[in-house]
Ligand binder design. Structure first.
Ligand code: NDP
Length: 399
């Protein structure tokens, strides 16, 4: 059916590449392009010989003209951006210039401020509409599947959704004293930032890790979880009509938090450049260099993830609750695609989103968050491509 240009060759990209190759009727050809071409070649070597034709290229995704040249040369039907959030706007610019569909898994973030906001990407709405191309924003798991779950709940189970709690549990154990499951820089920026949630039409800000709850997760058990700011809250607050409150919770072990606090206290998580040996370095980038590469966690991680949404609202005049979630096993993911569940749960939805655009089911000119599309074909594909979901109509609620 089409060809995709995949930008980035890290943990998430690895899963996208495997999943495209498992779906050759849609992805007849893929090009893997990243800053370090050897990483692209590694995947090509591993997966060559199947039905999907794979090529590789070197590209600096901070550079619009390099991207435009690559897109003009390869002529993809869609660009799947699984590099870093810093590259979102340059890649969107290149897609605009070449009139190519775009998809990513994380919203744009400037290098020098840890701010997760859609405003920069939403500013492209009119330009994409005029160019007749689709941009799908935030199509990983959270954001991504959590938005699809919300659209599905809205479409099938509620007249009005009043509250959404997004719960992200990772009960994986990699055996290291401290490591992050995806890009350490992005991960630490996210968890050291202030928390916030949406209530009655406005943001309520909290100190980092100020709000803690304990939840008994299906197939995982009781875990401590903490309220974080998370990017999908911003779009869901606009797109789910009648919503009164949206919160996001993520589980962290005491061990992880103790290490993080210590690193924070000594200044290692700062994104302010400092002078060292006559050179400017960013402490968090240096920390990234000494921490285990998330890709190396795959073979060592045991346990499961559980990510889902609990909805409260009204159907036919009556109060209703609904919990929909996916449970994913780190070891099974590794066996299948050579990555742990965090990359897996992000990469599978990115492939499915691209498939939705290529087969015309999610194809409308403009810039959209996932909950603005029909959730049904995406929900069907989740089960088929390794992320089956479960429902509970009487879940325990978070207070
Ligand atoms: P990695 O750090 O493993 O991979 C990032 C890749 O992008 C690397 O291959 C890197 O190249 C490449 N890259 C970075 N800068 C450039 C550049 N300027 N030009 C070209 N390539 C570049 O990250 P992950 O795979 O863990 O994460 C990928 C994305 O997925 C991130 O945006 C992350 O925020 C998002 N994510 C989303 C989730 C969700 O549920 N929505 C969950 C987890 C992650 P090099 O190898 O040379 O460094």
């Amino acid at each position: 059916m089409g060809r995709a240009l995949i930008i980035g060759a890290g943990g998430v990209a690895g899963v996208v590449i495997h999943k495209c190759c498992q779906n050759p009727e849609i992805f007849e050809e893929i090009c893997i392009a990243s800053r370090t071409k050897e990483k692209c070649d590694y995947f090509k070597q591993k997966l060559d010989g199947g039905k999907t034709k794979i090529t590789t290229a070197k590209v600096d995704a901070d550079n619009v003209s390099e991207l435009v040249a690559l897109i003009r040369d390869y002529k993809p039907d869609i660009v799947i951006n699984v590099a870093l959030p810093y590259q979102d706007l340059t890649i969107m610019d290149a897609c605009l210039e070449t009139k190519t569909h775009y998809l990513d898994t994380a919203n744009y973030e400037p290098l020098d401020t840890a701010k997760f906001e859609y405003k920069w990407q939403w500013a492209y709405r009119e330009k994409f509409e005029k160019a007749g191309i689709t941009a799908v924003l935030g199509c990983g798991f959270d954001p991504g599947v959590t938005g699809v779950f919300s659209a599905y709940a809205q479409k099938h189970y509620f007249d009005e959704i009043h509250e959404i709690d997004i719960l992200d549990a990772n009960a994986g154990d990699h055996g290291y004293p401290f490591a992050t499951n995806f890009n350490p820089e992005i991960n630490i920026r996210e968890v050291t930032a202030k928390g916030s949630y949406w209530e009655n039409g406005k943001w309520v800000e909290t100190e980092p890790m100020e709000i803690k709850r304990v939840y008994d997760f299906p197939e995982i058990g009781e875990r401590d979880m903490y309220l974080l700011h998370h990017e999908e809250i911003e779009s869901l607050a606009l797109n789910i009509k009648g919503i009164k409150r949206i919160r996001f919770f993520m589980t962290f072990s005491q061990n992880y938090l103790t290490h993080l606090k210590c690193l924070e206290n000594v200044g290692m998580t700062s994104i302010e450049p400092i002078e060292f040996d006559g050179k400017k370095i960013v402490p968090l980038q240096f920390l990234k260099a000494v921490l285990p590469d998330p890709a190396s966690l795959g073979p060592r991680t045991k346990g499961k993830t559980n990510i889902g949404c609990i909805f409260r609202g009204i159907k036919d005049g009556k109060e209703k609750t609904y919990y929909v979630y996916n449970v994913c096993d780190h070891e099974e993911c590794y066996k299948e695609v050579g990555s742990q569940a965090i990359s897996y749960t992000t990469g599978v939805p990115a492939m499915i989103g691209a498939m939705m655009v290529l087969c015309g089911k999610w194809n409308k000119p403009g810039v959209y968050n996932v909950e603005e599309f029909d959730p049904d074909p995406f929900m069907d594909a989740l089960g088929k491509f390794g992320l089956p979901w479960k429902e509970d109509f009487n879940p325990k609620l978070v207070d």
